[in-house]
Ligand binder design. Sequence first.
Ligand code: NI
Length: 162
Amino acid sequence: MSVRPILRWPDPRLAQVCAPLGDAPAEALVAYLFDTMYAAPGRGLAAPQIGVLARVFVMDCGWKEGTKTPRACIDPEIVWTSDEVAVTGEGCLSIPGVTAEVTRPAAITLRYRTLTGETVEERLTGFEAICAQHEFDHLNGIVTFDRLTPKARAEAEAAYAP
Ligand code: NI
């Protein structure tokens, strides 16, 4: 197990736009991310949350319910979003104890590179679509607080005790 400390908001590294991983090796980073995410325990984790400012995230939305669906997404892009939106209470391992009601497209198409170098495109719906957008936001220095109205943000920040 290679569990790394998870940065907590407002650590400034969580507000940085991450750089593409490109041809750099991904195996060790992805292993750290999965081990840290499962230990947390969480359903998604982005590289900046362990202090690595690279465009990589992992997610597994089903493991807590007994269906492991691990994805390691390298240099991901959201190439389509639905007009239909969904409002979801989102937690974040970097903002423990806070659930923020975030409005996002209900479905997306995510394009990313896998650990084996294959480029795949997947249509994601339901919680997987929300999770992928949440993790993708981290790669652009965006956290759930940034998706709220000023009033909702003030309330959520007030509820946050790091
Ligand atoms: Ni998060």
